[in-house]
Design a protein around this ligand. Structure first.
Ligand SMILES: *Cc1c(COP(=O)(O)O)cnc(C)c1O
Length: 489
């Protein structure tokens, strides 16, 4: 399968590329992204076939259908990392919360957030390609708190790969920050910047396309790539768990193959939701994908009103910081899929120049065939954490945003799969506050009090963080990022 460009071709870039090229250089003509030329049409037969498959068997077969230029050996090695999740027979348990509501827990990997689902195998795939090409790579990652730890975890001590990870100083939880700054492998550099996540992501995108920066890397014989979900190498691994979660409901006799379900996704950069959209187009019977946001609700407005409006808008810090995003990168792939490359380029350029675009009414109707959306403020979220805990289920503030949209958007009497993107341990002060009313608690104390009231154990990889040395101490202005990275290399 070949990969093509969301904003059309500039006649300098190749017209189409292989998967390995798309993941090594994820930015395409006119600042666009790579997408598969077409999606494999698998149909419900694929669901029948994998009714009783393990996660890895399902994943391997689905990846093969994309006909990517990665060997079976490497794919197997990549997928074997799911054996290190909490339950080595099932990396993604799906838990019943009430009659129609199921939570698919995507956080049972090494860094306790759903980023591991894609970044664990992605690390193996990317470093294997680098080794085969005998080429050195710098991987840039911008993080609002979860991508960073997961990218560092997957690439640490890998040959031919160095990682520079940008995070907004003060914009992450203690646990997230500690997961990054305690990483001491020689091939990793963690940089705190004065700014928010959009600043970090903008800095990353400008480095990726900066000729000066790329030339300096060339002198050092290093190529550049990115680990954000602009990279299709991550998206491909995020299709699998949507199919798996549906099959878990089939196996639990909650649905039969062919029945529609809602997918409800706490969204930021739209990678998770895009995976669900692709799964739907390939084989999954879906009623609607519900896009849940926090007070940074640009996606809610896009889906409900057809307007993407960043004018006079700045990020509002919330208790679900991984969703504190205004410029949601993967919407571009949806726009491309629904309206084609010309329109996609037009709208994305308009967003860059005018900070605004508007879909026409036919386009909005088309978008709403697939998506509905709502947002949940911090107080509402806190309330859902508390009341849901009282019914017996403990969740994090990102997952909580889905419980609001569940009420307003999941209007049919059918099953819903809510995606839980982080473990309670990553955002413990907010959860402790919701459960016990305590305020301004440090992560370590909040972890203990939640553990006490919930009888859940703090996993060892979280507990250990608090006694490790701080290895990464750089915090700088965004103007100095390029120099800092070149010095590190
Ligand atoms: C990254 C992340 C999200 C947002 O996911 P997208 O794929 O960027 O939409 C939501 N919740 C948590 C906890 C995350 O880490």
């Amino acid at each position: 399968m070949k990969f093509i460009e969301t904003r059309g071709n500039d006649s300098i870039n190749p017209l189409e590329v292989e998967f390995s090229e798309a993941i090594l250089s994820p930015i395409s003509s006119f600042g666009g992204l790579y997408v598969p030329e077409s999606l494999p049409k698998l149909g419900v037969e694929f669901l029948q076939k994998h009714k009783n498959s393990s996660y890895k068997t399902l994943a391997f077969d689905m990846l093969k259908k994309f006909e990517i230029d990665i060997s079976d050996d490497i794919l197997n090695k990549a997928l074997n990392l799911y054996d290190n999740f909490d339950d080595n027979s099932n990396p993604v348990p799906v838990v019943k919360v009430d009659e129609n509501t199921f939570v698919s827990e995507l956080y049972h990997g090494p860094t306790r957030a759903f980023k591991d689902m894609a970044l664990q195998p992605f690390g193996v795939v990317l470093s294997s390609i680098a080794q085969a090409k005998e080429q050195n790579y710098l991987i840039l990652a911008a993080t609002s708190g979860d991508t960073g730890p997961a990218a560092l975890e997957t690439f640490k001590n890998k040959d031919r790969v160095q990682v520079a990870c940008l995070y907004p100083d003060g914009g992450t939880s203690d646990v997230q920050r500690l997961q990054m700054v305690t990483e001491d492998a020689k091939n990793l550099k963690v940089i705190g910047i004065h700014g928010d996540f959009d600043d970090a992501q903008a800095a990353l995108k400008s480095l990726l396309s900066s000729k000066e920066f790329n030339d300096s890397l060339k002198e050092k014989n290093i190529s550049l790539s990115a680990a954000n979900s602009v990279n299709f190498g991550r998206i491909i691994f995020q299709i699998i768990y949507h199919i798996h979660s549906y099959l878990e409901l089939v196996r639990a006799n909650e649905i039969t193959i062919g029945e529609n379900v809602y997918l409800n996704v706490p969204s930021g950069n739209f990678g998770n939701a895009l995976g669900g959209f692709y799964a739907w187009k390939m084989c999954l019977p879906v009623e609607k994908i519900i896009i849940s946001s926090n007070n940074n609700n640009v996606l809610t407005k896009l889906i409900n009103n057809g307007v993407y409006d960043l004018r006079d808008l700045s990020v509002t810090p919330t208790t679900s910081p991984a969703m504190d995003i205004l410029k949601s990168s993967n919407i571009e792939r949806i726009i491309y899929d629904l309206f084609g490359d010309k329109r996609c380029k037009e709208l994305m350029y308009k967003l860059d120049s005018d900070k605004f675009y508007e879909l026409n009414s036919d386009e909005l109707k088309e978008l709403q065939k697939y998506f509905s959306a709502d947002f949940c403020n911090d107080d509402e979220g806190k309330n859902y954490i508390k009341t849901t805990f009282e019914k017996g289920y403990l969740m994090d503030p990102h997952t909580a945003t889905c419980f609001k949209s569940q009420k307003t958007c999941a209007t049919k009497n059918i099953k819903s799969i809510i995606y839980s993107t982080a473990e309670w341990t990553k955002f413990s002060p907010v959860i402790a506050n919701a459960l016990t009313g305590e305020v301004d608690t440090k992560d370590i104390d909040a972890l203990k009090s939640i553990s006490e009231v919930s009888k859940m154990k703090i996993p060892s990889m979280i507990e250990e963080l608090f006694t490790k040395d701080i290895a990464q101490k750089t915090i700088i202005d965004k103007e100095n990022i390029s120099k800092e990275i070149l010095d590190f290399l």
